[in-house]
Design a protein around this ligand. Sequence first.
Ligand SMILES: NC(=O)c1ccc[n+]([C@@H]2O[C@H](COP(=O)([O-])OP(=O)(O)OC[C@H]3O[C@@H](n4cnc5c(N)ncnc54)[C@H](OP(=O)(O)O)[C@@H]3O)[C@@H](O)[C@H]2O)c1
Length: 255
Amino acid sequence: MEMFSLKGRVALVTGASRGLGFAMARALGQAGAFVLVNGRDPATLEAAAARLAGEGIGAGIAPFDVADPTGREAGMAAAIAARGRLDILVGNAGVQHRAPLADWRREDFGRVVEANLTACFFLAQAAAPAMRANGYGRMIFTTSITGIIGRETIHAYVASKTGLAGLTRSLAAELGRDAITCNSIAPGYFKTEMNERLLADQAFVDKINARVALRRWAEPAELGGAAVFLASPAGGYVTGHQLVVDGGLTSTLTM
Ligand SMILES: NC(=O)c1ccc[n+]([C@@H]2O[C@H](COP(=O)([O-])OP(=O)(O)OC[C@H]3O[C@@H](n4cnc5c(N)ncnc54)[C@H](OP(=O)(O)O)[C@@H]3O)[C@@H](O)[C@H]2O)c1
């Protein structure tokens, strides 16, 4: 057994048209998996899959909106049918909303929770039978360090990511008997489009650099190793865990 090999495995990564999802899809592909990249726009996904194929990675697209129940159900069925199996699910698609407490509306809160938390539950429900049939299953959810520590203005995001860490554990408890592991990855500050506004503010960038033990923001590719570890035989006895990849932000007090 090659410890980190994903040869013969099929992975679906949601929110993989760019950012952390694309980086994790690429890493899983480099380890040998066939990767299905998900997002809402087929054209963007075709471009992402072509980029991966150009690197020698087997890739296909799985376009659907994870927050739309009907589209999600049909999209998951199509994704599983595409290669006749599903071994790895990376529930990564996520959205953000920032506002002072008084300005939050019910629909803002609901939209974030639906995409970041509720969608992952139903993705897992749809993926479990296929994984059970394979005798091999890996569910990986992208949480956040805000699944551990709070931050002002992003209330629904913090609530959804904390909830997703809990969902990871309840799924692990139920699916372990079927040889399916469920873990989450909690990234710190990565240079992606989601953080575009923060990255444009040099004072904020510097503040994070000072607060992180490694004294810098992360590149998206730096999340790939964690995903490969949890998806591969190497991570076979790890379940219910939240793997923090934050340069030491939550484990150290730097000043
Ligand atoms: N960047 C960070 O520092 C950081 C830190 C902690 C946690 N995270 C988490 O990591 C994940 C990825 O973040 P990122 O920084 O890579 O974000 P990003 O650059 O904004 O990318 C988000 C991805 O999700 C897709 N997406 C958004 N809503 C979707 C939906 N309803 N259905 C399907 N796909 C959807 C987007 O594609 P389309 O728009 O084309 O649909 C895109 O591929 C998120 O869950 C985020 O909360 C990020």
